[in-house]
Ligand binder design. Structure first.
Ligand code: ZN
Ligand code: ZN
Length: 403
């Protein structure tokens, strides 16, 4: 179970403590007491991980080999059946005026009607032999996949990053023909998207209601879908992924896990933690050897720099831990994918705390779950890439190295 962005740095306003140290977490503390504790560098000491690269590393995939960008994972996470070699992008539905100036990068934070708009772009024919797959994600977000011969992910972004500017021209980032072809198709797509969307019924309705229309598509974050050995093949474990965000569901999807979405999961601090708890307990009774769980809210409050929200969320997550503590005969690992310190409002490379609970462990004398308490535990300091080896060993599935 990965509590996204849970770990933090000491804060003056907490008397030098971290949010996790002040949050009231009796169940996590109990787990620390009966488990082995340690700290983990998700990738390497000092490397600031993304959620995606960290999860890959913890699952035993080398992110320096398999990670090509966020696009492929986002696309897989919203249910596009991506294939190795596809070029995937994250996109915004944005608002362009008649002169081509982007007046709202998020199209009035549109929430409804995007699937109807996406249907107009999906399957659009821009170049023979290149399939355009386009699907809405949450809110103003969407994903684009280009499939065909002779494409490249070495292309720049269209998103101008600020309102009041025209979309950036997408350019090839190397001198390959593939990159030039891909850039050409993308520029064509941006232009065409305005033509086919400006009078879309959903947009006419929005304009009538004085809302910004979603009348242009701005792609960014190109990545080639990597070849990834399925998790069940790598470890012989039938796996499920319970996650809230498209990015983490995409990690589950690309590694071949079954995706399970809990009702009421929002990926924010308003998520339905009771429902997530029930979903975990229900999934645990099904025929899985391994379950990856990601709960996202603490990361959000870290990015927003809102201390009270982070402490409250960690306090509430503790009840989910209380539920899963009841599972017997499982190896349970509680950790984070990175620190998202309130003071930094982004991910940092500080190591994260980790507990392993299960039968017949060499329990240590740590009695609290926190960044500092965990550092005194019996597991000492490990890397994300050690986690699956430890799981395979503790569940007696590992094979001996040597004679
Ligand atoms: Zn994360
Ligand atoms: Zn984050």
């Amino acid at each position: 179970m990965i509590i996204d962005g849970m770990a933090d740095r000491p804060l003056e306003e907490l008397g030098g403590k971290t949010p996790l140290e002040v949050a009231n977490t009796p169940n996590m503390d109990q787990m620390a007491k009966i488990g082995i504790n340690g700290i983990m560098d998700p990738i390497k000491p000092g490397i600031r991980p993304g959620s995606d690269t960290s999860h890959l590393s913890i699952l035993g995939y080398d992110p320096y080999q398999v990670y090509t960008g966020r696009g492929p994972f986002e696309a897989a996470g919203v249910g596009v059946e991506v294939r190795p070699g596809d070029i995937a992008f994250r996109c915004n539905f944005s608002t362009s005026d008649e002169d081509g100036i982007i007046i709202d990068r998020r199209a009035g934070r549109i929430r409804e009607g995007t699937s109807l708009i996406a249907q107009k772009i999906n399957g659009i024919n821009l170049e023979p032999g290149v399939e355009v797959i386009f699907k809405e994600s949450t809110g103003h977000r969407a994903v684009l996949v280009l499939r065909g011969e002779g494409l490249s992910d070495q292309v720049s972004d269209a998103d101008p990053k600020h309102e009041g500017k025209v979309p950036k021209e997408i350019v090839a980032l190397d001198d390959s023909e593939e990159a030039q072809k891909t850039a050409r198709i993308l520029n064509e797509l941006v232009k065409t998207s305005y033509e086919v969307l400006k009078d879309h019924p959903v947009n006419l309705e929005r304009m009538k209601n004085k809302e910004n229309p979603a009348n242009i598509i701005l792609p960014r974050g190109a990545g080639a879908v990597p070849e990834v050995q399925p998790f069940h093949e790598k470890y012989g474990l039938k796996a499920a992924c319970i996650a809230e965000t498209g990015l983490i569901l995409g990690i589950g999807k690309i590694t071949g896990m079954d995706l399970i979405e809990a009702e009421g999961a929002t990926g924010g601090i308003d998520t339905d933690l009771n429902s997530i708890g029930r979903c975990i307990m229900d999934t645990a009774t099904r025929n899985y050897d391994f379950i990856l769980i990601n709960i996202d809210g603490a990361d959000e409050s870290g990015h927003d720099g809102i201390l009270k929200e982070k402490v409250d969320f960690l306090t509430r997550v503790d009840s989910v831990i209380g539920q899963v503590m009841q599972l017997e005969d499982v190896i349970f690992i509680l950790t984070a994918d990175h620190s998202t310190p309130i003071s930094i409002m982004d991910h940092t490379g500080d190591p994260v705390p980790l507990i392993i609970k299960g039968p017949a462990l060499r329990v240590d004398d740590v009695e609290q779950f926190s960044e500092r308490a965990a550092a005194k535990g019996g597991l000492c300091r490990i890397r994300g890439s050690d986690v699956m080896n430890i799981v395979m060993d503790l569940t007696n599935r590992a094979t001996k190295f040597g004679a």
